[in-house]
Design a protein around this ligand. Structure first.
Ligand code: DAH
Length: 346
């Protein structure tokens, strides 16, 4: 009887000792080692149970129960310890991998829109809203469309207004303006005609306000009974839409071979409000386009009866409009692809 009671006491003490040891385990491996030290095949519980063979038969079930109770107590402490270690690890990981979702996101770098494209699109939209369709023509052009049909006879001094890149040995040149699209459109379609034609043009020219390649937008309207009043009304609508209702404008007599009468359109200088500054050469006015009534000679060249039809045309430089709108001092910035410049328009 003494033996079994002292075994029970020893087992209970061993369980308490094991639980203490587990309570101070440093980590998972440490805990496993401690558990094995008590419960392993050669562990301390097994060692105590070696007395079993010296016990009388009737005491053995009691010894077995005491041994199982000791093992269960140690197992229970061990598994709740392992759960706590796992929970601690998870909490540490969540803390370490924490995301601050309130941080602003990094923006992907996309292409910057060129201000020229944006202004060109604006001009198209303004005229499209007034019923103009977009027409286009080739940049390598025949002399006939670029000059002759537009009433520039060979050797006519007006050709000097435009310093032309010619393709040697052929009847081809780089178009000096978008006006040849007028001819191509009138040859292809019957009036009424209402088109706008944006595109690249070329001239032998380079300085802060001129580039050898630049962009124009051409307009053409042909119908019965079209007058200069229609031209003025259309262009005033354009100036309102492009520069605002407050913009002042004037039509100044001018000369182009393909229009008669011809005019240039100025707006009140948007930099000095008309007082005079270096941008407007102290005139208070900025020239923005050429225009006029289509010359009857041009209509005849394309087989349109000038006694029945009349029309107007206009042409403007996209760079010029963009430079005025955005106060860009040098046209070459438009073509330079300098991101510091382009980013100002995004
Ligand atoms: N083609 C002219 C130029 O490049 C601009 C121009 C003036 C176009 C008068 C027109 C116009 O259609 O009517 O200088």
């Amino acid at each position: 009887m003494d033996d079994i009671e002292s075994l029970e006491r020893d087992l209970a003490a061993l369980a308490a000792e094991a639980q203490d040891a587990l309570a101070s385990a440093a980590d998972r491996e440490d805990a496993i080692q401690i558990k094995n030290r008590y419960l392993g095949r050669n562990g301390q519980v097994a060692a105590l149970m070696r007395v079993l063979r010296d016990l009388p038969n009737e005491a053995r079930p009691r010894a077995g129960q005491a041994s199982n109770a000791c093992k269960r107590a140690i197992e229970a402490t061990f598994s709740s310890l392992m759960e706590r270690i796992a929970a601690d690890e998870l909490a540490r990981r969540i803390e370490a991998e924490r995301l601050d979702i309130s941080l602003p996101a990094r923006r992907p770098h996309t292409l910057e829109p060129n201000p020229l494209r944006a202004v060109e699109q604006d001009l198209i939209d303004i005229f499209a809203a007034a019923g103009f369709e977009v027409a286009s023509g080739p940049e390598v052009e025949r002399d006939f469309y670029n000059f002759e049909a537009l009433n520039f006879p060979p050797d006519h001094p007006a050709r000097d207004m435009q310093d032309t890149f010619v393709l040697e040995g052929e009847d081809l040149l780089m178009r000096t303006h978008t006006s040849p699209v007028q001819i191509r459109t009138m040859l292809a379609y019957e009036p009424p005609i209402r088109v706008i034609s944006p595109g690249r043009v070329y001239r032998v020219d380079e300085d802060p306000t001129h580039s050898p390649v630049f962009h124009q937008v051409e307009g053409l309207l042909i119908d019965e009974g079209v007058t200069f009043a229609d031209l003025k009304g259309t262009l005033r609508y354009f100036i309102d839409a492009c520069f605002g209702l407050q913009a002042r404008a004037r039509f100044r007599p001018s000369y182009f071979p393909f229009t008669e009468p011809s005019a240039e359109v100025d707006i009140g200088c948007i930099f000095c409000d008309g007082d005079g500054c270096s941008v407007c050469s102290h005139t208070g006015w900025l020239e923005i386009m050429g225009c006029g009534m289509v010359d009857p000679n041009v209509l005849e060249h394309v087989g349109i009866d000038p006694d029945r039809f009349s029309g107007f045309a206009f042409g403007m430089g996209v760079e010029r409009i963009a430079m005025l709108r955005h106060r860009v001092p040098d046209i070459r910035l438009m073509f330079g692809n300098d991101l510091r410049f382009l980013r100002q328009f995004s």
